[in-house]
Design a protein around this ligand. Structure first.
Ligand SMILES: [Zn+2]
Length: 383
């Protein structure tokens, strides 16, 4: 029998817990046997929000998560009236957003089952937003379940996490990911293997890479950058190239969406409406939207840079493996010769320092450091 949990790759330990919670939610006294607040943590791409959404579907499905009924399908498409998935495209979730959400979820579930809120980026709650949420989690409605997702438990306010049951997802193995790409997405064995290997267990990124030629060619360019750092001038050029590539990649997907959103908003206000209040209302809303879009664009460039830095880190990781004598554990098999040559040329402790420098740069970017400056400093250290 198929279930909503089948798509969770390499997470059997979690699936079992969730299935028994679903069983508890269907007893005669569910509000006593059911845990009302959960935190799902796991590295990017491990599928923490997919796990939360699958759990939500199982809670509202009459069969406990069959994956094919109306309830299950409408949860997946975001159309279920009792399941709300909060996705953040900006850099933070603000207190106004949380207050608005709390008003919405205070209604009883329309289908008589559970009302479930999935918050995909609970780590982006501002402190005041987290405090506003805390009360709802402390005293949840009898039929309300909160599912928060975050990279690690430390990303969630201690007062909130102490009220939640914690589930930690694992990074799926390369074989698990390659199997899914082949069986679910119909990707060829060779491509699935390559994409799974270089994405290191990140299913979303693996699929994106396997199905997108321009992304693959950009990755090719990025992976060659460590080999070009022969001088300081070359380091600066490489930094500029990396930031440009990340920006282009982020913009490709956002430009079109930005325009669509502005049009939809203007339409909602009646484009060309002449009423005075109407025109100011629309202008104000468009301005708000543009501000949000700008925050989202910044975040997308950062995400895309972070992905590129992780890719570059795999190069040095491979060099380190070769230097330690593990020559058949390479991630970048296609760059074997370059990696071997580099490993000959550079001292092992220097390789470790370079990996450290990449991880530091990622942290700086995460704390909103200026992207180009951070990458320039990094490239100089890698040179
Ligand atoms: Zn179902």
């Amino acid at each position: 029998m198929t279930t909503v949990f089948d798509d969770l790759v390499g997470q059997r330990h979690i699936t079992e817990i969730l299935q028994s919670a679903v069983a508890a939610s269907r007893t005669d006294t569910p509000s006593q046997s059911m845990t009302h607040a959960w935190v799902f943590t796991g590295p990017p791409g491990s599928g923490r929000s997919s796990a939360a959404v699958a759990f939500a579907a199982a809670l509202v499905c009459p069969q406990g998560g069959c994956g094919s009924c109306n309830e299950c399908r409408s949860v997946r498409t975001g159309a279920h009236p009792d399941v709300e998935v909060i996705r953040t495209e900006g850099l933070s979730i603000k207190v106004e957003d949380v207050r608005e959400l709390l008003t919405r979820v205070s209604w009883a579930p329309s289908m008589g089952g559970w009302r479930v809120v999935v918050m995909e980026d609970a780590d982006r709650l501002t402190e005041s937003a987290a405090n506003a949420l805390l009360k709802a989690i402390e005293e949840p409605g009898a039929r309300t379940v909160w599912l928060l997702c975050a990279p690690t438990l430390h990303d969630v306010l201690p007062t909130i996490r102490s009220r939640c049951r914690h589930l930690q997802l694992r990074t799926p193995s390369t074989t698990d990911v390659a199997d899914v790409l082949q069986n679910r997405d119909g990707i060829s064995a060779q491509m699935a293997d390559f994409a799974a290997r270089v994405s290191q267990g990140h299913i979303g990124r693996a699929k994106y890479l396997a199905t997108n030629e321009s992304v693959r060619s950009n990755r090719g360019v990025i992976m060659k950058l460590p080999l070009q750092l022969n001088s300081i001038a070359a380091a600066f050029a490489a930094a500029q190239k990396l930031v440009d590539l990340a920006t282009t990649e982020a913009n490709v997907s956002s430009d079109e969406r930005d325009e669509r959103e502005v049009n939809a908003l203007q339409e909602a206000y009646g484009k060309g409406a002449t009423g005075r209040g109407m025109a100011t209302g629309a202008a104000k809303a468009v301005k708000e939207l543009e501000k949000e879009q700008k925050a989202r664009a910044t975040r997308m460039v950062r995400d895309s840079l972070d992905g590129a830095l992780l890719d570059i880190a795999t190069f040095f990781r491979d060099v380190m493996m070769v230097q330690s004598g593990y020559t058949d554990a390479l991630i970048n098999v296609d760059m074997k010769d370059e990696i071997n040559a580099y490993a000959e040329k550079v001292a092992p402790h220097a390789t470790i320092n370079k990996i450290g420098a990449i991880m530091e740069a990622r942290e700086h970017l995460n704390r909103n450091a200026a992207p180009l400056l951070t990458i320039e400093a990094l490239m100089c250290r890698l040179a």
